[in-house]
Design a protein around this ligand. Structure first.
Ligand code: IMP
Length: 403
């Protein structure tokens, strides 16, 4: 049985949640490996909308085990709220959701300490940057510390908080509530692999937000790329069989930072409206633009992507002419490799006619308008990786499978 990683190939919000949801039925275990409650994965089932921030999207499949790996940063209150929310809607979490004691805590102080610089980046204000900064300064507090002696000393080392005792007590109370979910996930995952079980690693955010490979400093603080699946869970790289990348049919970005193909006109507004481009975590409107093939090919390379899922094809149904960015002009020079910085990169476009016909709900490649098929083909030719799914609507069944 294969072990797969699903990663976002843009700036997050590519629709990974639904790709995960459609593959989770074949997986025994779904694993989150990085990030925290900054993520917002939306899944629609039977006209019901579910948004996950910390819990893997696989939780909707009752037979699937869901793991939150040690590479994550966890806000205990957010986790408890998410568990309660699911339980209230009749979805069981006990016995098939597990959290690594190696994951670091996002403390209330982390959320409060996102200041001017983070505002410039346009973060989700979920305390992600400060929590990872403390982890890498080796002053972090881990989930497992809640159940050991010396929690107060650890907190005192890392925080300038006055009421350490009160904080420790609150954390320990929350820790008691999540105790049934704590499990050493590294042996669990490696045993599962030995038994031939199938693992699905669920990336959060996207490649261009990776701390190393992304558009630094306008990035998140974790390894969003496929390599993060190994470091964030204790599963070795030789155990990963496949990397699947997810991209929208156009591009979006929330938060600040350069975005060469951004549309500042009514076309951008059309994509925002038809694509319902509002952040699942923060409700912020997403900046919208044309698909950037230079960035997409780079994202496929740095993740070693073998198959691509293209989402929201139907959102382009009303666009009369569609552009694809095939190079950048930087100080008058044409470049086709993804640069160190996107600052001052002007997009060079290729223009294709739009199909101007509804594709919503189409499930058959042959039933897609020829121009939509040409659009897909041009993307494949440029990036050199096949597109195996094109999503044509929000329902589970709105997908064209292309093998
Ligand atoms: P942080 O992860 O909250 O520190 O935010 C850093 C950058 O990543 C900001 O530009 C955020 O808007 C962006 N970001 C973080 N999580 C997501 C996500 O799940 N989707 C899209 N953008 C995200």
């Amino acid at each position: 049985m294969p072990s797969r990683v699903v990663v976002g190939l843009q700036w997050g919000d590519e629709g990974k949640g639904r790709v995960i949801d459609s593959l989770a039925g074949e997986a025994d275990i779904v694993v989150r490996y990085q990030g925290g409650a900054n993520a917002g994965h939306t899944v629609w089932v039977d006209s019901k909308r579910y948004v996950f921030h910390l819990i893997p999207s696989g939780i909707l499949h009752p037979e699937t085990t869901c793991i939150m790996g040690g590479g994550m940063v966890v806000d205990l209150q957010a986790l408890l709220d998410e568990i309660d929310g699911l339980n209230d809607r009749g979805i069981n979490t006990q016995g098939h959701l597990f959290l690594s004691p190696r994951a670091h805590l996002v403390l209330p102080q982390h959320k409060g300490s996102e200041g001017l610089w983070e505002k410039r980046i346009g973060t989700t204000l979920k305390g992600i940057g400060p929590a990872y900064a403390q982890k890498y300064a080796r002053l972090g507090v881990r989930v497992g510390d809640l159940y050991q002696e010396g929690l107060e000393e650890k907190l005192r080392l890392s925080l300038a908080e006055e009421d350490i005792q009160g904080l420790a007590q609150r954390l320990q109370e929350q820790g008691e509530r999540i105790r049934p979910y704590i499990r050493d996930v590294e042996p669990l995952l490696n045993r599962a692999l030995q038994e031939g079980k199938s693992l699905l690693f669920e990336g959060a955010q996207g490649t261009l937000l990776d701390i190393d490979q992304g558009t630094y400093p306008f990035v998140t603080s974790s390894h969003t790329t496929a390599g993060g699946a190994c470091v964030g869970t204790g599963v070795g790289p030789t155990k990963i069989d496949e990397v699947i990348g997810v991209t929208k049919s156009y591009a979006t970005r929330v938060g600040n930072g350069p975005f060469p193909t951004e549309l500042g006109d009514e076309l951008g507004e059309l994509l925002q409206r038809d694509g319902e481009e509002y952040g699942a975590t923060t409700g912020r409107p997403r900046r919208c633009g044309w698909l950037d093939l230079v960035a997409l090919r780079y994202a496929c390379q740095v993740n070693g992507v073998q198959r691509v899922a293209l989402t929201k094809l139907d959102v382009l149904d009303r666009v009369p002419r569609i552009k694809l960015c095939v190079a950048y002009l930087y100080k008058g020079e044409r470049i086709e490799e993804f640069p160190l910085s996107l600052d001052h990169c002007e997009p060079v476009y290729e223009e294709l006619p739009g199909w101007e016909n509804p594709t919503k709900g189409t499930r058959d490649f042959g039933k897609l308008p020829q121009k939509a098929r040409d659009y897909i083909k041009r993307i494949v030719d440029y990036i050199g990786v096949k597109i195996c799914w094109a999503f044509t609507g929000p329902r589970r069944e709105d997908v064209v499978e292309m093998g």
